[in-house]
Write a protein that binds this ligand. Sequence first.
Ligand SMILES: [Zn+2]
Length: 328
Amino acid sequence: MADYTGRMTLWEAPSLIDFAVDPNWPRAWREGTARLLSVRPGQSPSIGWGDAVGDSTLDGSPAGLRSSRDMRFDPQQHFYLGQVDRTPVFGWLDRDDGTTSHGGTSVGGSANSDEGSGGRGARSGGVTAGRVGLRGWLARATSVDTELAMRAVALANFHDSSGFCSVCGKPTVPQDLGRSRVCQDCDSVFFPRTDPAIIIAITADERILLGHHQGWADRQVSVFAGFVEAGESLEQAVYREVGEEVGLDLAQVRYIGSQPWPMPRSLMMGFTATAVSTDARPDGEEITDARWFTRDQLCQAVADQTVTLPPPGSIASRLIGDWVGSKD
Ligand SMILES: [Zn+2]
């Protein structure tokens, strides 16, 4: 297992998933050595990893994921994620909103635990399975599990929202093990799309500016983010979003890194910048509060629980953590 230290993160290293299709996957599927992650799609997706036999674990190997044993491959539901340690791993689109029947095995648990509280098990008839929201998964998963989850959710959201052709309106069906969809009428082919978004840590005079979004829990604060508009560069999106949300001009805009955020299909691109002035003026609509923190003030506020920061594993958390740990 790769060890990411210092400023190196999972998303800056080569993927731990081999995206190439394993030609022997049908045999692996029949023999039960193929593995699956089930996904309930949407803005707050959840992931199930439980195996039908014995306790399931997340330990960075596919062995902790559900086996294909006693299941029939269904191209409408199952899509290929790639190989990990020579094991083919599949996603499983699960549109159920409650307990679902998986090959005769009852798999329960909360479908929508999206608060970063970690996984939870559901024991049913001697079977242990787990289901957790994607944000909760990020806080507890090992690196390859995190990659698999992001890929599975991205593809599940694609299949869930691409059932009809945008050219002629007729139904589409999955093809190429779920890597794309094709229109049954006009043969148009559709691939998963990604929407670019920027996320920006603003600093000035040894302080960082953190904002509260109107839709968040009371004490939640974070760095600033927004979608890239049509015809706009990433840097222009940074300047525009910060101008709109807190009325600040920026200098020294620097690209830091990126992270997939498939809720439903974003790619977050992280930046840092220095504010030209510290007169932050929240727009009062999206951003209802914005405050400057020194490192000590932020650490104290977190300790006192007067603010809550983004969940571990998110690029927002990394941008804030990098600044707290830096010397300038
Ligand atoms: Zn069509």
